[in-house]
Design a protein around this ligand. Structure first.
Ligand SMILES: [Zn+2]
Length: 85
């Protein structure tokens, strides 16, 4: 299966979603996790990313049982004021 044939729920494009590897941030119990090389379906029109259920489950599992090859990183959390700019 290389493409999905139902339209994007955000932009109603008829273009098929594209298979891509992406980096995403997920949060579990207040802790952030960065996942790299995550297989996603990406809308070629608006860029919205969709993930298969088994991918979401796999990420959930890895957040529970930290894999040995996980690398710690430093990050800055910044919130924008209500009226940005
Ligand atoms: Zn879209």
């Amino acid at each position: 299966m290389n493409e999905r044939h139902y339209p994007c729920e955000f932009c109603d494009t008829t273009l098929p979603q594209e298979r891509k590897q992406v980096t995403i941030a997920r949060q579990r119990k207040g802790q952030w996790f960065i996942f790299e090389d995550v297989p996603a379906w990406v809308c070629p029109h608006c860029g919205h990313r969709y993930f298969d259920a088994d991918v979401l489950v796999a990420m959930e599992e890895r957040m529970k049982t930290m894999p040995a090859d996980a690398r710690p990183i430093t990050a800055w959390a910044i919130s924008l004021p209500q009226k940005a700019g």
